[in-house]
Ligand binder design. Sequence first.
Ligand code: SAM
Length: 333
Amino acid sequence: MKLIDRFNRVHDYLRISLTDKCNLNCIYCNPKNLQRTLINQTELLSNEELLRLVKIFLQSFEVRKIRFTGGEPLARKDFLQLFEEVGRLKKDYDFEIGLTTNGTLLKENLEALKKFWFNKLNISLDSLDPNKFTAITGSDSLHSVLRSIDKALSLKFAPLKLNAVIIRNINDDEILDFIEFIKDKDMNIRFIEFMPFTNNAWSKDGFISSSEIRNIIEQKYQLKTLDEKLSLVSKDYELIGYKGKISFISSISDHFCDSCNRLRITAKGKMKLCLFSNGENEIDFRRIFREEKLSQNEIEDRIIKALQMKEEKHSDIDSISRIDQNEMISIGG
Ligand code: SAM
């Protein structure tokens, strides 16, 4: 059966955060000054538990896409074993596998990812300037990310997407540099609106809307709407003479809740109905697996019931910015 909510939205996309650990301290996600206690290793869902979950969603609910995220998913010690097992499921189920990563630990794992059927690769890249990259991420690792991107291109990962969170007076002066970066590259640069999460120092002053980013681009280039949509959440364009494609993700200024098809499993093993839900109606899979020891049918019932509590859309920006304990680093974007 398909997972359909009260608003007739089919949920066929599951995003799983593998850890709340990250080797970067991006100012918009995991700032350095954040006093954070990492989840204890034993509190993360184990590979066996994650695999059990994945199978339930594929088998019982016809989920068609699984994406691993984090924290930094490649900072989890046993990620390759999990990825191999998930890749094996491709012979029984028709689904796509994706990974969202900061790219720093990616290069040496790309061949394995190919082998395990991970074809939907999203790499975060918020600056092309080494000093600014360090200022944003707290790490001097732009060169590693760029090398990963080059290798991913040479291994023909397609579609290869770059995620850039644009923040006013931080990296908005690089918007056109990103466009030039994709000129000869078969990839999709996605400009993402800066979203508020607990402790991420979001402010209205730092926010820059997709339409403003677009205006900046259109002062120099002529964008042409793409016929084919690159994702459910983006508005997609091409530039004549440019190989790369350009997208805008306007979660704040023009939300896309009416087409939401996503469910999320956080690093703590909780199912989140919306990126901006406030902790209510979450299912705790760790408790289900370890204490309640529910049967497969009972777990399925819980998921179906929880989904019926999903709201039609997320609240306005002021309410979102006040939500407590909604840390992106644990949810995984
Ligand atoms: N570590 C991985 C990475 O850097 O891609 C995966 C986790 S990260 C939380 C997933 C995505 O969320 C990244 O593309 C990141 O840019 C985005 N993200 C994190 N915080 C954000 C924020 N406050 N606003 C918009 N996007 C954000």
